[in-house]
Design a protein around this ligand. Sequence first.
Ligand SMILES: Nc1ncnc2c1ncn2[C@@H]1O[C@H](COP(=O)(O)OP(=O)(O)OP(=O)(O)O)[C@@H](O)[C@H]1O
Ligand SMILES: O=P(O)(O)OC[C@H]1O[C@H](OP(=O)(O)OP(=O)(O)O)[C@H](O)[C@@H]1O
Ligand SMILES: O=C(O)c1cccnc1
Ligand SMILES: [Mg+2]
Length: 559
Amino acid sequence: MAENIPNGSPESVNIIDGPTNPMVTPILTDLYQFTMAYAYWKAGKHNERAVFDLYFRRNPFGGEYTIFAGLEECIKFIASFKLTEDEIAFIRSSLPPSCEDGFYEYLRGLDCSDIEIYSVSEGSVVFPKVPLMRIEGPIAVVQLLETPFVNLTNYASLVTTNAARHRFVAGRSKMLLEFGLRRAQGPDGGISASKYCYMGGFDATSNVAAGKLFGIPLRGTHSHAFVSSFLSPDEIIDKSLQHHDGSSVCEDFVSLVQTWLNKLKWSHLLGGIFSETNQSELAAFASYALAFPGSFLALVDTYDVMRSGLPNFCAVALALNDLGYKAVGIRLDSGDLAYQSCEARKFFCAIEKEFGLLGFGKTSITASNDLNEETLDALNKQGHEVDAFGIGTHLVTCYAQAALGVVFKLVEINNQPRIKLSEDVSKVSIPCKKRCYRLYGKEGYPLVDIMTGENEPSPKVGERILCRHPFSESKRAYVVPQHVEELLKCFWPGNSDKIREDLPPLKEIRERCIEQLDQMRPDHMRRLNPTPYKVSVSAKLYDFIHFLWLNEAPVGELQ
Ligand SMILES: Nc1ncnc2c1ncn2[C@@H]1O[C@H](COP(=O)(O)OP(=O)(O)OP(=O)(O)O)[C@@H](O)[C@H]1O
Ligand SMILES: O=P(O)(O)OC[C@H]1O[C@H](OP(=O)(O)OP(=O)(O)O)[C@H](O)[C@@H]1O
Ligand SMILES: O=C(O)c1cccnc1
Ligand SMILES: [Mg+2]
């Protein structure tokens, strides 16, 4: 797990690269973090040891689960945390002239070597109120981390969860392609979406830069422009195509395609479905096949799916088959995707039967066009024959919910627990430096997450423990865990002697995410009225929260 390099040593810092986005620097933060840092420094308080929790309050998309993502980028950020002279000069110009020079000297020496970070593993299923990360260190430095950490985890967790939810509705067997780059919120939105949609269970992306940066499989088809850019088959100059096994060359592939189109037109099973297809579309398909004979996939809805796109595709696919190539399939990008996919499947099966082409019935059907959880669900209910979904706008923009609402709250300073009160109970923070556990039941499902004080004994397998709702007195349950998982692990030991967890490769995080989702009890996962997962505190922590609450809340006076 840990590398053979002393924790906190310069070597252990150096082996972690900087953040993916070079815009992620210490000044990618809110001004108030620097004004507070100055005021802490001025008060001589800047080195007081603080503990902050990063968590969220409500699951997104009306669901009862969230996937935690963004940890790797946070660690990469703090590993390279250092203000440049240029940045310090800018901060100086942004703060009042009365701010003392000593502060800028202090900023010059800042790094994150004295920060400790405990975190849930990236790609884990997580729940409201339970800390995703616990950040400890000198208060002025930890304060500066608030905005970038929330920024790096908020959208990451939201879009990973969105991807996981799309995967859940589509089912395991479908291929899910992320097509969102053009519709994403800027370049960082696009790159992040590709990374985190893969993490949340998508199979591939169309985003070439993300393929290069993260090793995500790349996939794509072609657009309507390619189809409409052709006017007629006469445009195709080099019509020759070598047989797949290299044994011979077909000098006029376009004629072979026309021959097949004629056969299809007069075939017993397909007769009457179409007459004359669009010849410019046929030219586009033949050209694409000449360019990619081994991976031919055609967008069939430019003119008319049933009367043109589908027969044209099949004519090209059959001609390719004569030369030893297997066409991949079609893409549908408009209209009723359930109906058209079923009709296309019937067409492919009829060809398999008519021409004895084994396996042609299974030719792949990709669907795209404004897809989201709801349309996937509707397609499932109607019955469809789609093998792969290409999803852009709704997925990457998180159209159904714009932000997760991750927060970063002080829970302890100089070993003194702190609480933030609110009229709204759901916004009251859970004080103390805590440990967090997931307790598993007899059937192997996670039953409850429990937070305890740092120094309480951990829950034990086979030992009954009282789990209390943090704020509702009557809600409590005894649990005898069959398995206990400690959730917060050390990802940045600072100057402590803790062992640092490795940052796993993206593919491993994705596998963890898929595995964790599979482990959940199905009623927490369903789309309609899912059962909330229980989040609790130990009896001792419950008593302490309420003691501190009473202590901090002023008593009103009635006149
Ligand atoms: N069988 C179906 N059931 C429910 N929704 C569907 C079904 N088939 C397609 N959809 C959805 O219906 C919407 C159709 O959108 P719209 O009418 O704008 O597209 P279109 O006219 O078919 O195509 P274009 O993008 O070319 O305008 C899309 O969001 C698509 O995902
Ligand atoms: O629909 P999304 O989920 O965002 O998926 C990406 C969309 O991008 C492409 O469309 P294009 O940019 O050509 O626009 P259009 O289909 O809206 O005309 C593609 O054909 C998909 O329809
Ligand atoms: O490759 C595709 O088919 C694709 C890529 C991006 C957006 N829409 C479609
Ligand atoms: Mg579209």
